[in-house]
Design a protein. Structure first.
Ligand code: FES
Length: 368
């Protein structure tokens, strides 16, 4: 997100390393979250200072196939005995711990006003590390799972309620519809001016098409098999002046959209992408894995996580973008080049997130 409206701009807090944080939105958000924040402060640690585990046990109480090519399944998650779940706002996600121990993050794509269930949707990714395959093939109805409380790395500021934008423009690529769907519902229910472009490989690959087209002519659906790869102008179909853009999808779509947003005089650009960020100014280094004594070469264009998982396939990770903390590792030697926006200075003294951070020198020794 790089361009502000001419009025003071409300920028969501950013967990992707983009630096600006808007004070006004912060104040609004603080008010909206006041009760929960107070509760969380009280629950943040035990008397001994140990972190409190705020995970929840839920049960898979619903399953549905949501794309015609059968590659997207939606799960409904409820408490085993029913009851209210922690609240969330559009853009939020939960961490799901699968029975195999794999941990993955999924956006909540249901209705925040429905307080007794969460809905997530998962695209089958055959070469994605196994998490989506397990969700598709090994989570029948009744399966109990551990999930985190909802967290929000893609905060949504509503015009008139924390944002000076006059129009919202949404862009979703395929499964990127999941965080966008609750935003559409909220914008529509508040009578805010909005437009949307929904894109993907083919109509059969797009999940939740019936829910999306129910919004009528505010939505433009275009697919690569019919229309070719989208241009930035096509991704901005329907946008109006003083817009805030919210986009979720693959990196090429986000990059194309960013080019179009650059050419607009007054807009905000908020995005969430699927893939790890491109490595900028990467230098090769080596990692010594202290527990086994193995040494791993990390090429300049490869993350430490990817290099390490080639020899330690069970290394835990989730977002690959430096915000979920799943890949945190102790540093026993060398100086990390911290590239996350998540760890505190105290944590950075002897830990790093190996999905995005690298080495300042030629060698790191990690507690792996
Ligand atoms: S995998 Fe999420 S912070 Fe590294």
């Amino acid at each position: 997100m790089r361009r502000a409206l001419t009025a003071p701009v409300a920028m969501p807090p950013d967990l992707y390393g983009r630096p600006r944080r808007d004070l006004f939105l912060g104040a609004i958000s603080a008010l909206m979250n006041g009760h929960m924040a107070a509760v969380r402060v009280l629950r943040r640690s035990t008397p001994t200072g140990q972190p409190v585990d705020r995970s929840l046990v839920v049960v898979v109480s619903g399953r549905s196939v949501e794309a015609h090519d059968d590659n997207v399944v939606a799960l409904t998650l409820t408490r085993p005995s029913g009851g209210v779940l922690p609240p969330w706002r559009p853009g939020a996600h939960i961490d799901l711990t699968l029975p195999s121990g794999i941990r993955r993050q999924y956006s909540l794509c249901g209705d925040p006003a429905v307080t007794d269930r969460y809905r997530i949707a998962v695209r089958r990714i055959p070469d994605g590390g196994g998490g989506s395959i397990e969700v598709h093939d090994a989570l029948p109805l009744g399966t109990e799972l551990v999930v985190s409380e909802p967290r929000n790395a893609f905060a949504f500021a509503v015009p008139g309620y924390g944002s000076p934008a006059r129009h919202l423009h949404f862009v979703a690529g395929g499964i990127g519809i999941t965080p966008i769907l609750p935003m559409l519902r909220l914008a529509d229910s508040l009578g805010i001016s909005w437009s949307m472009v929904y894109t993907g490989r083919s109509t059969d690959s797009l999940p939740f098409v019936p829910e999306v087209i129910a919004f009528g002519d505010k939505v433009t659906i275009r697919t690569d098999d019919v229309d070719g790869l989208p241009t930035s102008a096509e991704l901005l179909t329907g946008i109006r002046p003083f817009a805030a853009i919210y986009a979720c999808g693959p990196a090429p779509m986000i990059n194309t959209l960013r080019t179009g947003a650059d050419a607009l005089a007054d807009c905000e650009f908020h995005f969430e992408r699927f893939s790890a960020p491109t490595i900028v100014d990467g230098r090769a280094f080596t990692v010594e894995l202290a527990r086994s004594g193995r040494v791993v070469d990390v090429p300049a264009d490869v993350s430490a996580l990817d290099a390490i998982t080639s020899v330690l396939p069970n290394t835990t990770y989730s977002c690959k973008q430096g915000f979920c903390r799943t890949c945190i590792v102790g540093v026993l030697g060398g100086t990390p080049d911290h590239r996350d926006g998540t760890l505190t200075d105290v944590e950075r003294a002897d830990h790093m997130l190996i999905c995005v951070s690298r080495a300042q020198g030629e060698r790191l020794v990690l507690d792996l």
